[in-house]
Design a protein around this ligand. Structure first.
Ligand code: PEP
Ligand code: MG
Length: 591
């Protein structure tokens, strides 16, 4: 092969976790701080080196501020705040003084001095168990890359025309944590792919809610692949193509075109009610993680928010957690979702959503550990702060509260006691709230299913968290790609758990929804209709597709099918029965 030959196309199969197709220059994340040459200088060159450093710092500052302004204009302050941290890193006088001193004493180039100092900081931060501090290493590395690049431009070794951050790019990484995903600069990230991960990890869920095409579980990205190579990400089929040929790109453009025409057709359903073909009403609401998603949700005609995950407050900056901040945030969501309203879930950190400052002592089994309501009931001050914020927002719109990770009746009762205390705290200050605020329990642990009749007496509704229910019913870690093939939402045991939960809710006169990822899987819609679910809360991008699918289903036909599921012993058998109905009812929606 000569150097002018195009690089060969490489196809990698993973799991598509967020639909869509992205093509663009790739950036491989990870060990990417380029080591400069270790050059000696003379004494007479020291001043010039120092000047070069000041100029590079000034240019870097301008670039960060410009980026910050741009993101703020597009996405609001909560996303641009990361750049305040970058400016602090840039201007850290301890680092600057050490770099200047090293250059002067050791007579080494400013690049090498800067690299040596900053690398030491990054390496020591990387060794710390605390993920919050480890993440700061990524920020420092980001700033360091800019400074080194600007130093190279100063020295005429790099051109200014190559943008520091390509306007748009596709990211490839070993892994993303949920907090990496929170920090993604969405104006520049076209799509991403990771070597590990799974569809129900919170990173995947966030990718879907941010509408970024994503593929996980690639296992290994070839070493030969470098940043700058063109990469295509097909989130529909879990495919990543490195150096795609013109034919591959054209083929994917056709898929995208087909998808676009389906989406145009679905637009007509925006203001429609969600009803099955025989007129049964099902509430179709949306899941959100960030307030920025609200626009997309209301635009697509969601009947409220069925799950507002509030971990964002606990994964991002600490200052965001104040009662005032949370109240303002929840109020905005309540007002924007009128008349349907919002179900706000109290925090569910733990599992793969690690709360930074609590993880100096990591747990051996975080998914079986201190998570969700367990943590809230151990930290009642913080819990009540959130409950007060939710209650205060309820004065401005329809707000419901939901408690996650309930495994015992006592936990649910304990949560209700805290809610009563929070109400009294507000009464004492004469702060208004909805006195009849409805409360719900997430059913996502098998023990909760088995005592669902008891739990139902305590609440106004159930919402089934299938992401966890599948994990805990089948003993398959939801983020472990090695056992991903065993993570089976169609498992007859899972279907039995969901059936029992819905029946228990109805026996006790309360309604039951599903808010796990399967709610938006239109291949499963016949099962949900057949089991009699009252509400489905889905990712906003899937909303209209789900509405169309439900509108084509007949509840009697679906019910007959779900009765037959009692005799199925495998996931494949369950899936086949549901597929038969789905593919006859809405073939055009199944890509
Ligand atoms: C679930 O478990 O299905 C759920 C909706 O909650 P999370 O994914 O946040 O654990
Ligand atoms: Mg859950």
């Amino acid at each position: 092969m000569t150097s002018s030959d195009p690089k060969p196309e490489i196809r990698l199969q993973g799991i598509g976790v967020s639909p869509g197709i992205a093509v663009g220059p790739a950036e491989r994340l990870g060990k990417t701080l380029e080591e400069p040459e270790n050059l000696a200088i003379t004494k007479s060159e020291v001043d010039e080196e120092k000047d070069r450093f000041s100029r590079a710092l000034a240019v870097t500052r301008e670039q960060i501020v410009a980026l910050q302004d741009e993101i703020e204009a597009h996405e609001g302050d909560s996303h641009s705040a990361i750049f305040d941290t970058h400016l602090l890193i840039l201007e850290d006088s301890a680092v600057i003084n050490e770099v200047l001193r090293l250059t002067e004493i050791r007579l080494i180039s400013i690049e090498w001095a800067y690299y040596s100092v900053i690398k030491r900081y990054i390496d020591s931060l990387r060794k710390i168990a605390d993920p919050y501090l480890r993440e700061r290493a990524i920020d420092i590395e980001d700033v360091a890359k800019r400074i080194l690049r600007n130093l190279r431009i100063e020295a005429g070794e790099d051109s200014e025309s190559r943008p520091l951050l390509p306007a748009t790019r596709v990211l490839l990484a070993h892994d993303f944590t949920p907090s990496d995903t929170v920090g993604l600069d969405r104006t520049r990230v076209l799509g991403f792919a990771t070597e590990i991960g799974s569809p129900t990890s919170h990173t995947a869920i966030m990718a879907r809610s941010l509408n970024i095409p994503a593929v996980v579980a690639l296992h290994e990205v070839p070493e030969a692949f470098t940043s700058g190579d063109t990469v295509l990400i097909d989130g529909f089929h879990g495919l990543v193509v490195i150096n795609p040929t013109a034919e591959t790109i054209a083929e994917h453009e056709t898929i995208l075109e087909r998808e676009k025409s389906v989406l145009i057709d679905l637009e007509a359903l925006k203001d429609a009610e969600t009803r099955t073909a025989d007129g049964r009403k099902i509430t179709l609401s949306a899941n959100i993680e960030f307030i920025e998603e609200l626009g997309g949700v209301t635009e697509r005609g969601a009947e409220g928010i069925g799950l507002y995950r509030t971990e964002f407050f606990y994964l991002a900056k600490k200052e965001l957690r104040s009662e005032e901040n949370q109240t303002a945030n929840y109020r905005q969501v309540a007002e924007a979702t009128a008349p349907h309203g919002v179900i706000i879930r109290t925090i569910d950190v733990g599992g793969d959503k690690l709360r930074p400052e609590l993880f100096e002592n990591p747990e051996p089994n975080p998914f079986l550990g201190w998570r969700g309501i367990r943590l809230s009931l151990d930290e009642v001050e913080e819990f009540r702060l959130q409950l007060r914020a939710i209650l205060r927002a309820s004065a401005f719109g329809k707000v419901r509260i939901m408690f996650p990770f309930i495994s015992t009746l006592e936990e649910l009762q304990g949560a209700r006691v805290q809610l009563e205390i929070a109400k009294e705290e507000l009464n004492a200050k004469r702060i208004a709230y909805d006195e009849n605020i409805e409360i719900g329990a997430m059913i996502e642990i098998p023990s909760a299913v088995m005592i669902a009749d008891h739990l139902a007496h305590e609440v106004d509704f159930f919402s089934i968290g299938t992401n966890d229910l599948v994990q805990y019913t089948t003993a398959v870690d939801r983020v472990n790609d090695r056992v991903a093939h065993l993570y089976q939402p169609y498992h007859p045991a899972v279907i039995a758990m969901i059936r029992e939960t819905i029946e228990a809710a109805h026996r006790n006169g309360i309604w039951c929804g599903i808010c796990g990822e399967v709610a938006s899987d239109i291949l499963m819609a016949p099962i949900w209709v057949g089991l009699g679910v009252d509400e489905l809360s889905v990712g906003a991008p899937q909303l209209l597709r789900a509405r169309r699918a439900l509108s084509r289903l007949d509840s009697t036909v679906c019910r007959e099918m779900t009765e037959q599921l009692r005799h199925c012993g495998t996931s494949a058998a369950v899936r086949a029965r549901s597929f038969e109905i789905a593919s006859a009812a809405y073939p055009e929606l199944l890509l």
